[in-house]
Design a protein around this ligand. Structure first.
Ligand SMILES: N[C@@H](CCC(=O)N[C@@H](CSC=O)C(=O)NCC(=O)O)C(=O)O
Length: 288
């Protein structure tokens, strides 16, 4: 497969029936160099493939998902391309804070408006405009079968972006997502720091508030959370605030004895592939 010169391959490793690759590129939106992972199943030889975009949680780079989630086996089996970006802008010129839940590794998939963050912390635009266009140009992605999923802060990003962009993402799921950031410690710290004190500006990045108003094409959102998840217990996730309506069905599975880690994510990865495949199939049948 050939790529445009806008991305440069950093590594490639054979994994199941496909290749796990890492690319780097210059992001104009973020003003820095970024890495992202792409799993390419061998079945790309038959033509365009369904794809999933995965958003990681706090402290992650592109590497955590690739190394710990165990997604390659299922991506090969289902013939899905998987794209997984980093969680924030990177590099020496990007401002940071010595906190695990703010700054580098904690971009919250929003567009910051406060200084000094506004120049680089534009993960929402990076994902929805720049990265999507880049991967569509460089990989044989079927745009009618493109889904989004994520973990924790990345689950917040996946639900938020998926609900705002049903024209791009046809299916949504999340592992232990932060569902109500306007009302949690992580969320209030990030939203006030990146967007300023006016709470009316925060609502655009709150999945529970967006879900309550959602009137787009029908979506079923699969959510898995372990009942031994320390962040569930400390109120960072608040899945009960994310409610179904006529356009949205929330399928919430509480998993006994699982925590917040990638051991939990990997345990239910196959079921998320199954969910996205079913959503793609249901939408195809609805069209005919
Ligand atoms: N205090 C911890 C918190 C970091 C952490 O648990 N990060 C999770 C995501 S939490 C929500 O977004 C994670 O995915 N970590 C990476 C991993 O590989 O497990 C700390 O600073 O370690």
């Amino acid at each position: 497969m050939t790529h445009t010169s806008e991305i440069e391959q950093v590594s490639v490793s054979r994994s199941f029936n496909g290749q796990q690759k890492v690319f780097k590129h210059r992001s104009n939106v973020l003003g820095c160099e970024m890495n992202f992972g792409v799993y390419v199943p061998d079945s790309v030889h038959i033509g365009k493939r369904p794809a999933l975009l995965y958003l990681s949680g706090l402290t992650c780079t592109h590497a955590n998902f690739i190394e710990k989630a165990g997604a390659q086996r299922f991506a090969a089996q289902y013939g899905f391309i998987i794209i997984n970006p980093d969680t924030s802008p990177r590099g020496d010129n990007v401002p940071d804070k010595e906190d695990y839940d703010f700054g580098k590794g904690a971009g919250f998939y929003l567009d910051a408006t406060e200084e000094p963050w506004a120049a680089n912390y534009k993960m929402y635009s990076y994902i929805t405009k720049e990265l999507i266009d880049i991967v569509k140009r460089n990989f044989p992605i079927d745009p009618e079968n493109f889904g989004i999923f994520g973990h924790s802060m990345g689950g917040h990003g996946a639900i938020n972006i998926g609900l705002k962009h049903p024209e791009i993402f046809k299916s949504i799921s999340a592992f232990a997502p932060a569902c109500h950031p306007t009302n949690s410690n992580w969320g209030r710290k990030a939203l006030s720091g990146y967007l300023g004190p006016d709470e009316t500006k925060w609502a655009q990045y709150d999945s529970s508030l967006l879900a309550a108003k959602y009137s787009g094409p029908k979506r079923i959102i699969l959510i898995d959370i372990g009942d031994d998840d320390s962040f569930l217990k400390s109120g960072e996730l608040q899945p009960e605030s994310l409610k179904s309506n006529n356009h949205l069905e929330i399928v919430y599975r509480s998993r006994a004895h699982y925590d917040h880690s990638y051991y939990f994510v990997a345990s239910f990865m196959e079921e998320h592939f199954e969910h996205h495949a079913k959503e793609f199939q249901a939408q195809k049948l609805a069209k005919h």
